[in-house]
Design a protein around this ligand. Structure first.
Ligand code: ATP
Ligand code: MG
Length: 627
């Protein structure tokens, strides 16, 4: 089917459209009503229908594909690969669910999962879903304080954790972080279920509180746990946003709407049919990991690859080797990860047989054109940029190769996904802007299935954060965007990050893109610095590609020229600092507000999601040295 037809129907006849899409999943009892919008901006999809995410992801496939691979968990850190068929997955999930039940976890309880990217994380999530417990996965390796904050917000009945994770060959003990978090938390859960990988021989246990999963698993192996049928709008899980702009929000997802969005998007966007192979390089701790490592590929009867490790360790060919070995059809990663690989020799992309690879999807951050070209040329497959948020749960702007592929326009993720009514509006007047004018990207409610239903136990924050920026009731993406006359939307950066140079509004992204045109540039971050004359001027922080021999003064000059050539004199960066690393969140997003704070000697706010404090130190030194 053509995208236009599909999309138009979702907008003009939303109930009929989603009623059809709902056929993709199993309902224990069918919905009584497709959509309830009696309390805007809230909305309820598939009211009265009962279903279960675990049943749809696992049980349903047993008759037709019990022996097919469901999950392949690869660790380039430990060197261990685990291949699980749907039947194996069924056994592991049931055993895990039986252990949870034995510990008194019941439907509606929250369970915080603090694990590395290993198979047990998937078992734990699906086991929770099976019994109706609400999981909240916290990215493994987040500091104790981050974990404590999320525990206090979610108030879990149980914490599931591992002894350690690994990164670049180094063991990173988690247990001391768990102990510290439980010390700090105001309402710590009474029990911790430990997945002991045997990585940390020094690990200590608190008697009576810390339980060992391996021994419990042995007692419940082979147990079967009945599925808890949940009303479509009951909460399935909580997931906290990345915290790029401030304190993370506890995004709440439903059951039925999410299941339908997953079932539809895996086929129509990611072009994956039952039996085909999807490789998402995300960690399960992020929104992409929830949706495209766990729920969507499994609901869709596909094979999902899960990867623990770095993109270029043990060598930059590791991901392409996996693509060859498992016959990956659709790969999903982030621009950040591809930029890491881009620093390495491009011949790594040519070493393996990638004839079954059809698409590389990238999401999470603006995809700069040089990176997109590098990957497209190197892999010989289209690179599909996807725009989404933790809140949306699935791509909001994308091309849909599973339906038909529209022409890729570099720099733009494409068109709205089914069910998303979008506008680019004037920040002040709230009026919709004509094509090619910059404004705020908003979604007209009701939000489609799969998007957040509220902020956990905080309906007020849901309304205040997203729906109270304009006179009209609109969901603000808080992103700055532009739409061309053909309907391609480009994201220009966050509304907070827009730089106003003498009355000209420039997205951070536009300037970053032009800096990245310089052949020596690996990655760039741009912020606005206060200026007496122009109000704000752009300041650039850039990292260089490996093997660049040019001096940094020349590189900086060249970058400045790139910006002037692309965007005009108005955008000329006032300063360019060449650094070895840029400050990022644990999910790989540039933390521009931390750069902003350093430049202005201001308080950087919550830095708990910062990945490498060394990067910030480095920037501080660069500022002291001068550009
Ligand atoms: P917080 O909301 O806590 O500040 P966050 O916004 O970084 O954190 P996420 O939900 O992980 O948390 O990130 C969503 C944001 O990432 C989007 O709002 C957008 O700014 C950016 N983004 C995601 N995908 C793309 C893309 N393809 N192109 C440009 N920007 C993107
Ligand atoms: Mg956000």
């Amino acid at each position: 089917m053509r995208y236009e037809e599909f999309y138009q129907r979702s907008i003009e006849q939303p109930e009929a459209f989603w009623a059809e899409q709902a056929q993709r999943i199993h309902w224990h009892t069918p919905p009584e009503r497709i959509l309830d919008v009696s309390r805007p901006p809230f909305r309820r999809w598939f009211v009265g229908g009962t279903t279960n995410l675990c049943y749809n992801a696992v049980d349903r496939h047993l008759p037709a594909r019990g022996g097919q691979l469901a999950l392949v968990a690869i660790s380039s850190e430990t060197g261990i690969t685990r291949e699980l068929s749907y039947r194996d997955l069924y056994r592991e999930v049931n055993t895990f669910a039986a252990v949870l039940t034995s510990l008194g976890v019941v439907s509606g309880d929250r369970v915080v999962i603090y694990l590395p990217n290993i198979a047990e994380a998937v078992f734990a999530m699906l086991a929770c879903a099976r019994i109706g417990a609400i999981h909240s996965v916290v990215f493994g390796g987040f500091a104790a304080h981050n974990l404590a904050l999320r525990i206090d917000d979610a108030e879990p009945a149980l914490l599931i954790a591992a002894d350690a994770g690994m990164r670049g060959g180094k063991v990173i003990p988690y247990k001391p972080l768990v102990d510290a978090a439980l010390e700090e938390a105001k309402r710590p859960p009474p029990r911790v279920l430990m997945i002991d990988r045997g990585l940390d021989p020094q690990m200590t246990r608190v008697a009576g509180r810390d339980l060992d999963y391996a021994s419990l698993r042995a007692s419940y192996e082979g147990a079967e746990v009945p599925v808890e049928w949940l009303e479509s709008n009951e909460p399935s899980y909580l997931l906290y946003t990345s915290g790029t702009t401030g304190k993370p929000k506890g995004i709440q997802r439903d059951v039925g709407g999410y299941a339908v969005a997953m079932a539809m998007s895996i086929e129509t966007i990611f072009d994956i049919k039952p039996g085909q192979v999807m490789f998402s390089t995300s960690d399960v701790g992020w929104a992409v990991g929830h949706s495209y490592n766990v729920y969507a590929p499994l609901i869709g009867g596909a094979t999902s690859l899960l990867y623990e490790g770095l993109p270029a360790h043990p060598d930059p060919g590791i991901w392409w080797r996996l693509c060859e070995r498992y016959g990956v059809r659709s790969m999903f990663s982030s621009p950040t990860a591809i930029r890491v690989l881009k620093k390495q020799d491009a011949s790594w992309l040519k070493k393996y047989d990638l004839s079954r690879l059809k698409w590389l999807f990238l999401a999470g951050e603006p995809l700069d054109e040089p990176t997109a070209h590098w990957a497209t040329d190197g892999l010989g497959v289209p690179v599909i940029d996807n725009y989404w948020q933790t809140e949306t749960g699935w791509p909001a702007i994308t091309l849909m190769p599973g339906l038909d592929l529209k022409q890729v326009k570099f720099g733009s993720p494409g068109f709205p996904s089914p069910g998303y009514r979008m506008k680019v509006i004037d920040e002040v007047t709230g009026e919709e802007l004509p094509p090619n004018q910059k404004g705020v990207l908003v979604f007209v409610p009701p939000l489609p299935p799969g998007c957040l239903t509220t902020v956990w136990r905080n309906d007020e924050r849901y309304v205040a954060s997203y729906f109270s920026h304009f006179k009209e009731l609109l969901y603000s993406s808080l992103d700055w965007a532009i739409r061309d006359e053909n309907g391609y939307t480009t994201i220009l950066g966050r509304t907070d990050d827009v730089i106003n140079v003498a009355g000209h509004r420039l997205g951070t992204r536009e300037i970053e893109e032009s800096v990245a045109m310089h052949p020596a540039c690996a990655e760039a971050a741009v912020i606005g610095m206060q200026d007496e004359v122009k109000w704000q001027v752009p300041v650039v922080f850039a990292t260089l590609r490996q093997g660049v021999t040019e001096g940094s003064v020349d590189v900086a000059k060249g970058m400045q020229q790139c910006v002037v050539d692309q965007l005009g004199k108005i955008a000329r960066p006032a300063r360019i600092y060449v650094v070895n690393a840029l400050p990022k969140t644990r999910s790989g997003k540039l933390l521009r507000r931390s750069l902003q704070a350093l430049v202005h000697h201001a308080d950087p706010g919550d830095l708990s999601t910062l990945d490498d404090p060394g990067a910030l130190e480095e920037v501080r030194r660069a500022l002291e040295r001068g550009p």
